[in-house]
Ligand binder design. Structure first.
Ligand SMILES: Cc1cc2nc3c(=O)[nH]c(=O)nc-3n(C[C@H](O)[C@H](O)[C@H](O)COP(=O)(O)OP(=O)(O)OC[C@H]3O[C@@H](n4cnc5c(N)ncnc54)[C@H](O)[C@@H]3O)c2cc1C
Length: 479
């Protein structure tokens, strides 16, 4: 029989639930959160990550001597779930909180839009248009029934509330910069989620934004989290891409890795992107596989540029001029202290989001670099490429599932038709946009609401295999 492990969280329900072997596929923050929660429930947990380090999109790299996130990450004061994790890791008290400014590049000019007074002066819009834009943002922040918005296209909804002028001058260029032509299939829930998050970032109304980071960035968070899990006997396998998961007659699941080795688990939670889930578990029903394949993703090409001098005073510069081939300019060093964190340099990210099938995701490093530098030379009089000391490009094909019209009604199930195989990834975020807080909140909630009850049922009906310790794992074969 499965062993009955004491529960570290003191929850009497988990005391009575037997422990069995779980494999988490994917060591991004979703995988780490699910592993943490399963360990809290006394389970035997292994994480398999394809890359050489844990962290997925949050992982860091070297920019010369500086180690910082490959993709820009900030935490909001309202991100309570990640702040809870940081508290548990002893890092929350070290967080630095900084007021930020937002800029707009519109009509060839760089404009500040960081407070109500600047918003009211914003030249591209008439007073009526400003009121309609402000009203739309305020209204969106008050909406609770996101399911209604999911039925409408974002264009239709924004045209209705903001009017044609604001849509064409502001929303359309911003949507196009973020989503490309895919904005036409995107639902109003996308802008609702985005607005609600940004609204929360402001301490009240249109006042200043406060963003936070942990000194050392996500490299520090990941090191502490991985260390915390290792100290609780969670096994972590890096450079271990999972090739396939197949049910055995015994009710267990056989996992084959890319190097041909095989291991057997009682349960597998796959947190990887949906097209990979469809590919890695052939035993899923055709409908489930099709549901995973049908999810369209946004990918990103994102340059990290280390500079001698700052480029602007804005954390985000939104871009409404359509000739600019970037989604935004993100100046991380307006938040992260250059002296103590970035070797005295200034860090700027230059992202371009594109649909997952867009050829721009494969643009060569040389071409993307030249595009970025020549664009910055046109946008900023004071910018010169001599100020750039490091320039590196990161890409990710499957970043965020596109919130298309009626998206949540087409999602594949988390509890799948293959007993013990659970498909729980960030594509299941339906009432928020992609960020770490939303991702791990979803992981925690769906584990509690879907995965765990199904597991308990399988245990109660004697359908969970009986190997109880990760040490007992049977190495079926090694090719
Ligand atoms: C440009 C950018 C900016 C962002 N800015 C912010 C921000 O400011 N604030 C914020 O909170 N969030 C931000 N995010 C979002 C945040 O990074 C994500 O919400 C989060 O990292 C998603 O985690 P995940 O575990 O779901 O996915 P991932 O991080 O993609 O993890 C999936 C993991 O699965 C692994 N994998 C894939 N296939 C296999 C396989 N076959 N076997 C084993 N492993 C496999 C991958 O290597 C990866 O490590 C940003 C993201 C990007 C790209």
């Amino acid at each position: 029989m499965p062993s009955h492990s004491p529960s570290p969280d003191g929850n009497p329900n988990t005391l009575s639930t037997p422990a069995s072997r779980w494999l988490i596929v994917g060591g991004g923050v979703m995988g780490l959160q699910v592993a943490t929660d399963l360990r809290d429930r006394g389970q035997h947990v292994t994480i398999a990550e394809a890359a050489p380090t844990m962290g997925g999109l949050t992982s860091a790299w070297n920019l010369g001597d500086v180690i910082w996130d490959r993709f820009y990450h900030v935490t909001l004061m309202s991100d309570t779930k990640i702040r809870d994790v940081l508290t548990r890791l002893g890092l929350e008290s070290q967080m630095k909180w900084v007021e930020t400014k937002t800029g707009f590049y519109a009509g060839g000019r760089l404009l500040s839009m960081s407070n109500t007074a600047e918003f009211l002066k914003f030249p591209p819009l008439s007073l009526i248009e400003k009121l309609r834009l402000g009203g739309t943002i305020f209204y969106a922040s008050k909406i609770r029934n996101w399911r209604r918005l999911e039925k409408l296209s974002v264009e239709k909804w924004l045209r209705r509330w903001s009017g044609r002028g604001v849509f064409e001058k502001i929303w359309q260029p911003l949507l196009q910069a973020k989503l490309g032509e895919a904005y036409k299939q995107t639902s109003a829930a996308f802008i609702w989620a985005h607005t609600a998050r940004m609204y929360k970032a402001r301490r009240s109304g249109m006042k200043t934004e406060m963003f936070g980071y942990v000194p050392g960035g996500y490299a520090q968070i990941l090191e502490s989290w991985v260390g915390w899990l290792a100290g609780r006997d969670v096994t972590m396998k890096t450079s271990s891409p999972v090739k396939s998961v197949a049910p055995l007659e015994s009710g267990e699941l056989q996992v084959e890795f890319a190097d041909g080795s095989r291991e057997v688990y009682d349960n597998v939670v796959s947190t990887i992107a949906s097209p990979f889930i469809a590919q890695s578990c052939p035993a899923l029903s055709e409908q489930e596989k099709q549901q995973h394949r049908n999810i369209r993703y946004l990918g990103v090409v994102c340059a990290s540029m280390l500079m001698d001098k700052p480029i602007s005073e804005y954390y985000v510069t939104n871009i409404t001029d359509t000739w600019v081939p970037l989604t935004a300019v993100i100046e991380m060093s307006t938040i992260v202290d250059p002296e103590s964190q970035l070797g005295g340099k200034h860090l700027v990210y230059l992202p371009k989001y594109l649909p997952d099938d867009h050829e721009g995701l494969n643009e060569s490093d040389e071409d993307y670099r030249e595009k970025c530098l020549s664009t910055l030379e046109k946008m900023y009089d004071h910018f010169s490429r001599d100020q750039v000391v490091e320039f590196k490009i990161a890409r990710a094909k499957y970043v965020a599932a596109l919130a298309t019209v009626d998206y949540s009604t087409r999602l594949p199930p988390i509890v799948t038709s293959v007993p013990g195989f659970y498909a729980l990834n960030s594509a299941h975020i339906v009432k928020g946009n992609l960020n770490v807080n939303e991702t791990i909140t979803l992981g925690e909630e769906k584990l509690a609401e879907d995965v765990w009850p199904d597991y308990e049922q399988r245990v109660a009906s004697g359908r969970v295999a009986t190997k109880s310790s990760p040490c007992d794992q049977e190495l079926v074969s090694s090719v």
